[in-house]
Design a protein around this ligand. Structure first.
Ligand code: PMP
Length: 309
């Protein structure tokens, strides 16, 4: 029944999701001419909504899409959509809360806005059960042959609907191992990011992550760097090539949904010292996970692990 259906904001109204129907000439569908952002709730409260919406508005500015709405209004709508969907999840569960804006319906190629934008704000339950084993065992990373889109072709710092580059990488990685996560190299052979996550390594007690020019400025990436600074863990942005990755002591991915999640292996090579059974996460990753959890006042790892079968 409709009472059990999630609702979403769609061009000015909050409606059941089944009524969110996009015209087939929407430029988001035709060309990927759209941007989005995605935050999550911790204990049913949205995390860093302002930071996410600020990033959304930078992505809009990059593509010159006018959302015809202030960022304050976008934040208010995001809170309202969440509020209207909360009764559909349990106390232990949480939502992604996302905003999507396309340039709207257009008949020609030209990138002008001819209909007004398509604006959607939606909620989706976090995949806690599917991801729970990753916190117990760690993620297996594969580096595909496809390279990350270079910043001078299209900046990875904007969160656009154009995920083809990352999807190709994901297809390649999952063809080798259905459970694996892709992390791409840039044109120079340095680690970049994956489909929806930033990457970090720990070497000799130093925390390193790829330079900001080549990756999405992940909100979780930023929050992890803040947690490292608060804990006194030395940190730098760096060129991290496969030698660095294969010889790293620890590795982890960050994203809105993963927060911080340990990596077990890269290209079939175990990260760090020996079999990881019972050793994931490594000591620095563990400290960061604890620091992150404390700063958001929410034990995300425990939330995931509770969903183990
Ligand atoms: N890189 C890419 C390409 C992404 O899509 C995401 C997910 N938004 C991230 C990194 C991680 O960013 P965040 O921590 O803000 O979720």
């Amino acid at each position: 029944s409709l009472a059990n259906e999630r609702v979403a904001y769609f061009n000015g109204q909050i409606v059941p999701e089944s009524q969110v129907l996009i015209p087939f000439r929407d430029r988001g569908f035709k060309y990927g001419d759209a941007v989005f952002d995605m935050t999550r709730t911790f204990g049913h409260r949205i995390f860093k909504l302002k930071e996410h919406v600020d990033r959304l508005y930078k992505s809009l500015a990059y593509l010159k899409i006018d959302p015809q709405m202030s960022s304050a209004e976008m934040m208010r709508i995001s809170e309202e959509v969440l509020e209207r969907n909360l009764h559909l999840i349990g106390k232990d569960e949480d939502y992604w809360v996302g905003q999507r804006i396309s340039r709207g319906v257009g008949e020609s190629f030209s990138g002008t806005q001819n209909s007004g934008p398509t604006v959607i704000v939606e909620c989706l339950p976090l995949p806690l059960k599917n991801r729970a084993p990753l916190y117990r065992d760690g993620i297996d990373v594969i580096v595909p042959s496809v390279r990350r889109t270079p910043p001078d072709a299209m900046s990875p710092r904007a969160k656009t609907h154009n995920y083809i580059n990352l999807i190709l990488a994901d297809l390649e990685a999952r063809a080798q191992d259905a459970e694996a996560w892709a992390v791409l190299l840039d044109q120079d052979g340095n680690l970049c990011e994956g489909l929806g996550s930033n990457v970090f390594v720990v070497t000799e007690g130093r925390l390193l992550t790829p330079r900001s020019r080549f990756v999405l400025p992940g909100i979780s990436r930023g929050h992890t760097i803040e947690a490292a600074e608060a804990l006194g863990i030395p940190f730098a942005e760096a060129d991290i090539d496969l030698y660095d990755a294969y010889t790293a002591d620890e590795m982890f991915l960050t994203s809105t949904s993963l927060c911080i999640c340990p990596v077990r292996s890269i290209n079939g090579r175990t990260i760090g010292d020996g079999p990881r059974a019972g050793k994931v996460p490594g000591p620095v990753t563990k400290k960061l996970i604890e620091g992150y959890a404390k700063s958001v006042d929410f034990d995300f790892m425990a939330q995931y692990l509770r969903h183990l079968a």
